[in-house]
Design a protein around this ligand. Structure first.
Ligand SMILES: NC(=O)c1ccc[n+]([C@@H]2O[C@H](COP(=O)([O-])OP(=O)(O)OC[C@H]3O[C@@H](n4cnc5c(N)ncnc54)[C@H](O)[C@@H]3O)[C@@H](O)[C@H]2O)c1
Length: 370
């Protein structure tokens, strides 16, 4: 059965939007498009891999079902991979749209993983000062995390996601059937972001992941849909309370201060989800070294992440000094200090003086990395 979760926003707008998670959602997308007013152009943005798997099919499906006289349909794709999550990709896509005379009556569909979602979202946020867009995530990572919450943007030579905007989608359609073609390494790379939501917010679901490990790795879609739905529900709650990351939303960066540094140092060869998985292990270890997280809970977090396919040995490829230096470029820095989300326990994020992210001394980070 499909699951619907609604995000109610009040900060940047008073809009609500729905996230639909389920199977074979093409008709739901069509129904949604049919009732959109003042939309003349539909632009599907995707990457080279997803274009062949689902992009062409989506074009055929929409062409045969939407009124031709009313809608002009275009599909633009860019080469797959984090390396192409850049300002030049955004400019190229926007130039294609200008060349096709797409006006403000254009709606963008982001069809792909987190890279496509971030790029297409940023294209939409900045095209003619902002046009609507819809997320149609096709990777596990995008379904559990990146398609929800409105963070869009690109990487620069100075670091990950350094340029971007908060730009909420009009709707999200997460069709779990599409995960059947996703390579195993990308299934495994999507899991740490779900584990992050459960470690920080829901102990029972964290235990559910542990006891359903085999089914998850074999892509049992019922189990996977339950994990996506709960992760999204939890993320939606945080986004509703703090849409633009003034404070509580920082919790969602657990594992990312170290993770982003690793991703950048590997020249984006290390997949985002693996980097976050390693980052969560290190940041949990920091919490443990600071006397906040017990040895047993730290070990359980590490074992769970490793059992889902993250190899701790990968961290040895990077010098601790370089990781710490790379972290100083992170946009989560405040007053020149590295900020990190720490745990007091599973489901217990450390909140001190009303703050959810905290300064950690380099020597503690160094010890945890060692
Ligand atoms: N905006 C946010 O809130 C947020 C949150 C977390 C992560 N992110 C971003 O997400 C990105 C990572 O996303 P990702 O892991 O989805 O990577 P990705 O978008 O690069 O997708 C991974 C690979 O899978 C391919 N692919 C996608 N769907 C497929 C399918 N159904 N079948 C077969 N192949 C498929 C893609 O072409 C790509 O090669 C990072 O850039 C990260 O910064 C953003």
């Amino acid at each position: 059965m499909n699951k619907k979760i609604t995000i109610k926003l009040s900060q940047t707008s008073s809009r609500n939007y729905n996230i639909l998670i389920g199977s074979n959602l093409q008709n739901e997308l069509l129904k949604f498009l049919r009732v959109q007013k003042n939309i003349r152009n539909i632009v599907i943005i995707t990457d080279s891999t997803v274009e062949k798997l689902y992009g062409e099919k989506m074009v055929t499906n929409l062409e045969s079902s939407l009124p031709k006289a009313k809608t002009i349909l275009n599909l633009f794709s860019f080469p797959a991979g984090e390396k192409h999550k850049t300002q030049s990709t955004v400019s190229r896509l926007q130039d294609h749209m200008f060349a096709q005379k797409c006006g403000r009556d254009t709606l963008v569909i982001a069809l792909g993983g987190g890279v496509v979602g971030d790029v297409a979202g940023y294209v939409s946020a900045t095209y003619m000062r902002g046009i609507p867009f819809v997320q149609a995530p096709t990777t596990l990572l995008a379904m559990v995390d990146s398609s929800v919450g409105g963070k869009t943007g690109v990487d620069t030579k100075y670091g990950k996601n350094m340029v971007g905007a908060f730009w909420q989608p009009l709707a999200v359609f997460a069709d779990v059937e599409m995960l059947k073609t996703l390579p195993k390494e990308h299934i495994r790379s999507g899991l740490p972001e779900a584990v992050k939501m459960f470690v920080t917010h829901d102990k029972k679901m964290f235990e559910y992941v542990i006891s359903n490990r085999e089914k998850i790795l074999q892509l049992d879609l019922d189990v996977i849909q339950k994990i996506i739905s709960r992760a999204v529900e939890l993320k939606a709650g945080v986004v509703i309370r703090d849409e633009t990351e003034k404070n509580e939303r920082k919790v969602l960066n657990f594992g990312h201060t170290v993770g982003h540094a690793l991703e950048k140092l590997s020249n984006y060869k290390l997949l985002h989800g693996y980097a976050v998985g390693l980052g969560m292990i290190v940041e949990a270890r920091i919490s443990n070294l600071l006397g906040k997280l017990s040895d047993t809970e730290y070990e359980l977090i590490e074992k769970t992440i490793v059992d889902l396919g993250v190899k701790t040995g990968d961290i040895k490829k990077f010098e601790p000094k370089k990781i710490i230096s790379e972290m100083s470029h992170d946009k989560k820095m405040q007053n020149g200090e590295v900020q990190m989300v720490l745990l007091n326990g599973i489901e217990k994020v450390c909140k001190k003086h009303g703050k959810w992210a905290h300064f950690v001394e380099s020597k503690v980070i160094f010890e945890a990395l060692e």
